[in-house]
Design a binder for this molecule. Structure first.
Ligand SMILES: [Fe+2]
Ligand SMILES: [Fe+2]
Length: 281
C-alpha cells in the first residue's frame, strides 16, 4: 500500500542529476497514492522503462495507465509497455484519443499522434476504458478530468495543431486532453500532460467541478510558445490562487521556467527525469 503520495518522473526532456538515465522530449510520471499505482503518460520511445529499472521502480501491478492526450511524446512509449503490461491493468484514455493528430509546418502537415491504433489495443488484449465525463473517480481520492472549459481570452491553443478528419485538416480543440487529480487535506495535486487548452483553463475548470483548492501542479503547461500576455496572466493567476507547489516542466519551456523561478522562488521547481516527489503532504 502506498499511503504516502509519491510522484516519480520516469522520463522528461532534461537529464537527471547524475546523468545516468535517458531523457527525451516527452513525459512519463509514476503516481503512487492511496494504495493505487498509476502510470501517467509513457514518453516518446519507451525509454522510461529502462529508467524505471535503473531507479529500482517496480512497474508490476500497475492499476491504471493514463495517456493524457494523443501526442507522440506522451503516448509513444505505450507500445513497448504493452508487451509486458499486466492483464489486470486498465488503460484509460479519452474517447477522442485515437483522432489523428498533425502538426502544421512550413512544408506541410506532419503526423504528430499516436504510434498505435485501436486495433493494436484489441489485438494485444489490453483492457481499455474511454473517459467521457468531465469528472471521473478512479477511487475516493483520485480523479480524472476532461472537457475543460474555455474561461479566459488570453490562453490560445497553439495554431500549429490539427486533426485529420475525412481527409480534411481541422484545428485541434484538444477534447482528448485529460488531467489527473489527487485529493489531499491541503487541496488537489493536479497532474497535467501538455495542457494545450491552457493551464489556467484546466485549473479553473477543476476548481469549479470539485469546489476544492488546487495545492500543487505537475506536468507540462505548454507555455513554450505562449504570448507575453498569456505568460503574465498565468503568473498572476497562479499567484492569486496561491498554488503552493509548482513542479512544471516538459512543454513549459526553459525561458518560462526561469521566469517562474524568479516569480515563485522555492514554490517552483523544474520537475526533470529521475525526480522523486514524496514529501508533498
Ligand atoms: Fe502535446
Ligand atoms: Fe508534450
Amino acid at each position: 500500500m502506498f499511503l504516502k503520495i509519491k510522484i516519480t518522473t520516469l522520463i522528461e526532456n532534461k537529464e537527471d542529476n547524475y546523468n545516468k538515465l535517458k531523457n527525451e522530449h516527452g513525459l512519463s510520471l509514476l503516481i503512487e497514492a492511496y494504495g493505487e499505482k498509476i502510470l501517467f503518460d509513457t514518453g516518446k520511445s519507451g525509454d522510461f522503462l529502462d529508467n524505471a529499472k535503473d531507479l529500482n521502480v517496480d512497474l508490476e501491478n500497475l492499476g491504471y495507465v493514463i495517456l493524457s492526450h494523443g501526442h507522440y511524446d506522451h503516448s509513444g512509449g505505450f507500445k513497448r509497455l504493452a508487451k509486458s503490461i499486466d492483464k489486470k491493468t486498465n488503460l484509460l484514455v479519452s474517447e477522442e484519443f485515437f483522432f489523428k493528430k498533425y502538426k502544421k509546418l512550413d512544408y506541410g502537415f506532419k503526423f504528430n499522434g499516436n504510434s498505435f491504433d485501436r486495433d493494436f489495443i484489441f489485438e494485444n488484449n489490453i483492457n481499455i476504458e474511454f473517459i467521457k465525463e468531465d469528472f471521473n473517480k478512479i477511487s475516493d481520492k483520485i480523479y480524472l478530468f476532461k472537457n475543460f472549459k474555455v474561461l479566459n481570452d488570453f490562453e490560445k491553443i497553439e495554431d500549429c495543431f490539427y486533426l485529420k478528419k475525412d481527409n480534411n485538416f481541422i484545428r485541434d480543440d484538444f477534447k482528448d486532453e485529460v488531467a489527473l487529480g489527487i485529493d489531499t487535506d491541503k487541496g488537489i495535486i493536479l497532474v497535467l500532460g501538455c495542457a494545450h487548452i491552457g493551464i489556467v483553463n484546466i485549473i479553473e475548470s477543476v476548481k469549479r467541478k470539485t469546489n476544492k483548492e488546487i495545492f500543487a501542479v505537475f506536468g507540462g503547461s505548454h507555455l513554450v510558445n505562449a504570448s507575453r500576455v498569456q505568460i503574465l496572466e498565468t503568473i498572476k493567476y497562479l499567484k492569486d490562487k496561491n498554488i503552493k507547489i509548482l513542479r512544471l516542466s516538459h512543454c513549459t519551456g526553459d525561458k518560462v521556467c526561469s521566469e517562474f523561478i524568479r516569480e515563485f522562488k522555492d514554490r517552483f521547481k523544474y520537475n526533470k527525469t529521475g525526480d522523486i516527489n514524496d514529501d508533498l503532504v
